[in-house]
Design a protein around this ligand. Sequence first.
Ligand code: HEM
Length: 533
Amino acid sequence: MPSQQVMNQPDGAVYTTSQGRPVQEPYAAERASRSGPLLLQDFNLIDTLAHFDRERIPERVVHAKGAGAHGYFEVTHDITDLTCAELFKKVGTKARATARFSTVGGESGSADTARDPRGFSIKIRTEQGNWDHVYNNTPVFFLRDPLKFPHFIHTQKRDPQTHLKDPDMFWDYFAQNPEAIHQFTILFSDRGGTPQGFRFMHGYSGHTHKLVKEDGSFVYAQFHYRSDQGIKAFTNEEAVKLAGENPDYSTQDLFEAIEKGEYPSWTLYVQTMTPDQAEKFRYNILDLTHVWPQKEVSPLVSFPFAASGTDVLFASQYPLRPVGKLVLNENVQNYFAEIEQVAFSPSHLIHGVEPTADPVLQSRLFSYPDTHRYRLGANYAQLPVNQPVNLPANFQRDGAMAFYNQGARPNYGSTFAPLTYKKQPYDVSKHEQFIGGATLDLSQVTEIDFEQPRDLYQRVFSDQDRENFVKNVAGHLGGAKSEDVKKRALSVFAVVDQQLSNKIAQAIGISPVQPLKVLPAAEAFRFRANLPH
Ligand code: HEM
């Protein structure tokens, strides 16, 4: 960010007003007499107060608390058989990157160790534009119908009347929307919900994307960042204690590690599936409540939430293929300019990487730039941290704070000084019939939704993980006042595992409940079976 450098003042800078006029005494407000009123002509005072009055911008509506740093992304492996993206044309290519990690539900002053998914955002500044990875530390998500997102988030935030976090609304949402079970199972595990800072967690696209070649052929792809530091997590007790003692634990840990030269890094992998494989696949690849499976055992890749030594795995059928490395080796000079104002969006993609019709991804393509225009203003892309390497050339002009307004370049499609239009050679509409149809019923919950969480709880978790999980859920669910909400939540856990539900019930002093009735797995395939393809 060269412009940022330019703005940094050398040591010993002379104090001035915002207009550059040196001021002899910055602290003395001008008065009409020794004890008289203030003077309207005191520009320094008014300049200072008026700017102070406008210091706050809206915090992010979600993921408000976070920390970040700069570094680089390096291509380490050849994947030109998968994508025509220019970035991957040459192994060894490096691009400047900025990362921001966050919690989701809390305000910008909330505790870093709160039980929550963690945001995992990376901006890679390629020669062909910014490529943003706006991922989480969990491979799945709470929902597959994007219309539920604001409802869901409201239940994680504060009650409209009491302004308190409310376990009743938290679990009421869960009980009404059981497709969230997989993410809740991860969230109430230590590894998913209370990672030890930002350095010791993985990052996942969750959504399926497409990697496309010049001839239009493509594979479906999921991206995984795996921490080179390994995975570490706090127990609930440790996380709660730290939330009181040092609510900025993860922010401090990241900053200090980089200051000490212990640069955190992650290896980026890609998992791919052909369109043909996708049609035969048990899980809908456009439904991000599922992972690409762990049925097959690969000694290379351990499931992120497994206890150390228990290598349960991402399918060897869909192996993880190494792509590159992200290294964070530079702390920010100015948090507000470089992290608070950074604008990540899943719609910031590069040629050769395309979105799929996953409805949640599709909604996110709209929502992020929309919130950036509100949070940062219409010209948010001109802020130094958001600028692409090669400045844009287009017909966007003016608006508040347009400091890069493209000079004398025509502001319409002119024949006098035409811009060159680069044609996209490939057609991304292929295979749309399958993917459109596969996502018809977003809220239907079937036995399919419980297979992976059951696997996680019964097979992947260690005995200790299972014990902690029961304690973690009981500690939260036990805070709900409504007996009905508690029973309904327990009935969802009972579909995963009756013993699990009984243990939680016992821990919160409730009699065991019957499992919620869910549709058989076959129902999940009905839509797909009827599709024309
Ligand atoms: C932040 C919307 C689902 C990861 C945000 C923000 C919005 C938003 C409005 C604030 C952005 C800003 O102010 O800059 C949504 C909607 C979703 C959704 C509408 C679903 C319909 C997801 C999913 C993931 C995710 C599935 C991960 C796979 C993130 C991350 C951030 C974020 C990492 C923080 C970005 C940063 O560090 O600046 N989301 N989100 N979100 N979201 Fe989502």
